[in-house]
Design a binder for this molecule. Structure first.
Ligand code: COA
Length: 260
């Protein structure tokens, strides 16, 4: 697949999407956000993908936020459309049926921090910096950041980051629970991400999709996550994966899941 602002590469059934505007620190202009949307629509249709890695081109930034130059022309109506579109795209990332891991290789600010938070896990490089600096511009996060940051690090620290616009380093992000792992550099972080995706790919694919759905259900307003889990658990018994997984255990062999 060819995109103007992204690199799309599949190796060993793992898709790597690289935001590719290094000269602008991979900031998300309108075209880039549409490319991200198109890439995830395409990924959903691609058979046999084990998982997706999202990262930024170059060594300096994952994504340094929305493209600030585009804010000059915004009025209320267009600002609402912009935020809603970002919300929809990031929601679809969060609800992918296969694991999506952000390899955060430098600045993850504003929309960049928000993009990383829409992914299921985050692996940071030592030089990564996270922050929600929107108040410096007189705005607030608009791609789900006020909600997801609280989910990961709790209200007190989320408010501190949103209100002070301070950046935190990778180790602090790890201590706060925002990232899963910190690795020396981008290559090591990619290796770690692939290791995790490969491990997950040995499990029952329908169960993986249901586990993602159920964890997301915890955060859905008006949804009883416990009831959601009961239904999801029972639905798995419609398919073949559970028969294969249980038989393989009892027969002391490795399961061969078909994803059904
Ligand atoms: N939107 C548009 N352009 C951006 C950008 C953004 N969010 N972040 C960086 N850039 C551009 C810069 O304008 C610069 O472009 P230029 O070379 O044409 O002047 C280029 O990327 C390099 O950035 P620069 O500021 O020179 O790098 P730096 O190392 O001095 O600083 C940052 C890095 C991340 C601290 C700084 O770029 C920054 O504060 N960016 C904005 C972060 C932000 O507020 N994000 C939330 C937006 S809602």
């Amino acid at each position: 697949m060819i995109f103007d602002n992204l690199l799309w590469e599949i190796t060993d059934n793992i898709l790597t999407i690289t935001i590719n505007r290094a000269d602008k620190l991979n900031s998300l202009n309108g075209f880039t956000i549409l490319d991200i949307q198109a890439a995830f629509i395409e990924a959903k249709k691609t058979e046999n993908l084990k998982g997706i890695i999202v990262t930024g081109a170059g060594e300096k930034a994952f994504v340094a936020g929305a493209d600030i130059s585009e804010f000059q022309q915004l009025d209320m109506i267009h600002a609402k459309a912009l935020a809603q579109r970002g919300h929809d795209i990031f929601f679809s990332i969060e609800h992918m049926h296969i694991p999506v891991i952000a390899v955060v290789n430098g600045f993850a600010l504003g929309g960049g921090c928000e993009l990383s938070m829409a992914c299921h896990m985050r692996i940071a490089t030592q030089n990564a910096k996270f922050g929600q600096p929107e108040v410096n511009l007189g705005i607030i996060a608009g791609y789900g950041g006020t909600q997801r940051l609280v989910q990961y690090i709790g209200k007190a620290k989320a408010l501190e980051l949103h209100l002070t616009a301070d950046m935190i380093d990778a180790q602090t992000a790890l201590n706060l629970g925002l990232v899963n792992y910190v690795e020396e550099n981008k290559d090591a972080a990619i290796v770690k991400a692939k290791e995790i995706i490969n491990k997950i790919s040995t499990k029952g694919p329908t169960a993986i999709a249901k586990a993602i759905e159920c964890v997301n259900a915890y955060y859905k307003e008006g949804v009883d996550g416990f009831a959601y889990e009961v239904t999801a658990f029972s639905e798995l018994f419609k398919g073949d994966d559970v028969k294969e997984g249980v038989s393989a255990f009892l027969e002391k062999r490795k399961p061969e899941f078909k994803g059904k």
